[in-house]
Design a protein around this ligand. Structure first.
Ligand code: SF4
Length: 269
């Protein structure tokens, strides 16, 4: 029994500390005894077996824990509608961002729809204690003038993105935000490559960060969250053209099959 005990002790790994007392990787007893015999270390304990080296060992720096680029940043979140703000605002807050919503959507048609979506955001923002900066008025004439001659779906959307994001970038820069971004990034119907490019162009122009991330993975969850909060959910993207295209699409699905469709689906919320 005593022999087994002694054998177990001899087999035990030896704790190793450096000259500053920092724990290093354990060593075999043979190696520990060799280091002591060579005068490189001394025994400081036999139970548990521990040696202390006579020199310090440079240890690799521990990598700093990774933080999200928006951690502790003031972020202005352009909000296209309350349902798209659900997942997006929650996600940005979870990354440590101090989020403020921003309403500017002159594309939305008609005025009653614009007001309904704005009111829905106001109610939702209250529920989640989200501060919101509201651009006053209804810039619909400016939107229609901007897209005049570029009404084709896709082409007009680039103008629409730029118009809304430019206002967000300007307000973010004027009010001391660190970055701006948009809830459009959650939608599988929007052109994210174009939004990323336009956002970065505007960021450079206004000297502020545009935060881009493909958030489409949250699209299913955003529907669920919108239902849970009983939010109004629209059936078209926003502009008069997208409303017409959505209606036409519905009519097309009701038509007999030999009546060929004339419109591509438009981006929708
Ligand atoms: S479809 Fe949507 S993104 Fe495109 S112009 Fe109309 S409102 Fe803007």
């Amino acid at each position: 029994m005593g022999a087994i005990r002694m054998g177990a002790i001899r087999m035990a790994r030896v704790h190793v500390r450096d000259a500053e007392g920092r724990d290093l990787s354990p060593s075999s007893r043979e190696k520990a005894e060799r280091l002591v015999a060579e005068g490189q270390a001394e025994w400081v304990s036999q139970d548990p077996p521990t040696i202390r080296l006579h020199r310090s060992i440079p240890l690799p720096e521990r990598p700093a824990p990774k933080t999200h680029p928006l951690d502790e940043k003031k972020v202005l979140l352009h909000v296209c509608c309350a349902p798209c703000a659900t997942f997006t605002a929650q996600y940005l807050r979870e990354q440590g961002a101090d989020v403020t919503g921003f309403w500017y959507n002159p594309n939305i048609h008609p005025y009653s729809e614009h007001e309904r979506r704005r009111e829905t955001l106001r109610e939702y923002a209250e529920q989640i204690t989200l501060p919101v900066i509201w651009e006053p008025g209804y810039d619909m004439p400016a939107f229609l003038q901007a897209v005049c001659g570029h009404e084709q779906q896709g082409e007009r959307c680039l103008i629409c993105y730029r118009m809304r994001l430019a206002r967000a970038a300007r307000v973010a820069a004027e009010r001391g935000f660190d970055a701006f971004t948009t809830t459009l990034l959650i939608s599988p119907y929007q052109d994210l490559d174009a939004i990323e490019r336009i956002g970065h162009e505007l960021a450079e122009a206004y000297g502020i960060i545009f935060y881009f991330e493909n958030l489409r993975r949250g699209f299913a969850e955003h529907h669920q969250m919108a239902r849970e909060h009983d939010l109004y959910r629209q059936h078209y993207c926003g502009c008069i053209y997208s409303e017409w295209e959505a209606q036409d699409r519905e009519a097309t699905t009701r038509r007999p099959r030999n009546d060929s469709p004339t419109q591509e689906p438009s981006p929708g919320a």
